[in-house]
Each structure stands twice: as structure tokens, then as C-alpha cells.
Design a protein around this ligand. Sequence first.
Ligand code: G6P
Length: 369
Amino acid sequence: EEIEKGGYDHFMLKEIYEQPRAIMDTYRGRLLAGQSLIKMAGVDQHLEKILNANRIIIVACGTSWHAGLVAEYIFEDLARIPVEVEYASEFRYRNPVITENDVLIAISQSGETADTLAAIKLAKEKGAFVFGVCNVVGSSIARETHAGAYTHAGPEIGVASTKAFTTQITVLTLLALKLAKEKGHFSTSRFHEYLTELETIPAKVEKALEANPLVEIIADVYKDSTNCLYLGRGYNFPVALEGALKLKEISYIHAEGYPAAEMKHGPIALIDEQMPVIVIATNKGHYEKVVSNIQEIKSRKGKIIAIVTQGDTQVRELADHVIEVPETFESLTPLLTTIPLQLLSYHIAVMRGCNVDQPRNLAKSVTVE
Ligand code: G6P
């Protein structure tokens, strides 16, 4: 096992550090920037069906569900296709309206999650086209779907999902970009810009990982917290959810993710000097609005840990701690902002003496309903 960990203390840390490589493996052979082309066999064979979908329904559980939420933003924003994201475990219990004109995307690292499989079976019965995004080759979900795209992240051993999440987002981004182009929402030059930017992401993830020593110092300050709030807006709202899930899973600290603007409808009541609030405040999208959310937290004496774009000065003046990530297109920021949140959970869990790779009560893949 020590050999498999490749010198890292835990599989989770190894897998966090594998992300630049894993993301590259995900787009290798698919993203052809030189030819301004995205090639995905499972999509190319069914292009008409997917392009003509009335809507896309995404089903998944856990971290994969969060990747689905990021995909919702990108599919609607870039490809202008209506998207619904459902917990696979709820989907079949509410008599959902599904037609032959719907495309269902099932996201699953393991490809074995029982609820996700059951949602796929229901959608197939109703005549929908089902597309799978799995990591494990030949898994049940990969076999049950009409077509799909593997994430090629390599084996993920740590129960808390890390590289599976960022590679799922990568595959779904490729799919969204391809559909956006086919639907005529992108000029050739804009499309090319996107592909080129996507190719810079592995190096930017590498850069984001350089914050590790700083994240460790911050983890030491907050390791004894009993609660934690994660806030983000737009593309980074699902990242806030994922950050909170990661902390809960491995450190057993109660954490909640919230859309930053929704804070005033509830969580703001929890904020006091004991409450660390992790705010994703990158410079694109709704930056000024997030800054005013940060001011609201500060005036209630909450402790602010902000994830900002490199070179940020405005948030730095307000926050107790800032962690920088490189600049990229707004739609690609989740691939970077996720990194410090993974590291923060990891260090807090280690400092609390938790079993990081095998947290209590959790399983890597849940094959029962
Ligand atoms: C379990 C794992 C999570 C994972 C979820 C969905 O709860 O502990 O890490 O996100 O299942 O798994 P899947 O394999 O379908 O992505």
C-alpha cells in the first residue's frame, strides 16, 4: 500500500496532486486545439439525438451530483440547452416527466451507484437517450447507458472524491463546448480561445497546488471549529457545496455550502467570531456582489477565508486569509477553486486525527439503495 501511495501520506493527497495529469488525460485525444475540434466518439455517433434534445436531465449522487450542478451552468450558459440536475436517489420516486426527446446524463465515478443505475433504467423505459460519464471502465453504468465518455482519471482509492470531480467537470465542459459550437453559439475564434484556455488548466491546477503550505497554516487555525460555512455564486456555488461536503466527509466538522446571496435568508444568523466562512471570490462573474457578501460577514465578525484570483487586492483588505488561484475563464474557475478546498479539508482531517482515506460510515461506492 505504501508503494501505491507513491510517497504521499494518504491516497487522497496523492489523488489531489494527480489532478493536473488526470485532467490532461481526460481531454487527451478529444481536445484538438490545432484543428479547432472536439472529438468524442460517444457524442459524435449520436450527435443529432443530443443536439435535438429538448432538455438535458443530469442524475448523480454525492460529489458527482456537484459536478452535475457545475455542468448545468456550463450547458445553459454556453450551449443554451435547458438542464435539470437531480439526485439519482430522488429521481424515480417523484414520477418524473421524461420523454423520448430528453437526454439523460448519468455521472458516476464508480459506475456502480445503485440509485444512479435505477434512474438510468427508468429513463430508458421512458425512451430517453442515456449518456454516461464514468471513471471505471466496463462498470455497470458504462454498460447500461446508450453512449458515454470516460473520465480517464485513473483509479480513485480515497473515499472522498477529488480527481473524479475535476475530470467529470472536464468531460462535461468538452461536451458543452462541442454542443455550443454545433448549435452555432460560438464563433470559430471564440471556440478556439476556449480550447486553448482549457489546455492551460493542468498548469494552472499545478499553480493552485502551490498554495498547499499556506492552506496547511490556515487549517491549523480552524481545525477545532465545530461549524463551517462555504459560499459561492454562479459557477462557484456548486464548488461551495463540494467544499462543504469534503470537510464533512473526512473531518466530521459540520459544514454547509450556500449560494452567497442566499446567506441572508438563514445562515447569516449563525455567523459570529467562532464561524469560519470560506468564500469563493474570483474576479469574474459576480465579484462585486461577493465582495459585499464578504462585508456582511465581516460586520458580524465571522472569520473569512477567501479564494481569490491571483493579484486580487480588494478582498485581501477584508479577508482574514486569502488563497490565490490563477486567472481563467469564469466557466473554468471551478477546476481551480476546488483545489484549495480539497487541501483545506485534507489538512484539517489529518490534524484532527481522522482516517482520511476511509472515513467512518462512508463507502467508496454505494451499491445498495
Ligand atoms: C459515495 C462516495 C462519494 C461519491 C458518491 C457517488 O457516497 O463516498 O465520494 O461521490 O458515492 O459515487 P459515484 O461512484 O456514483 O460517483
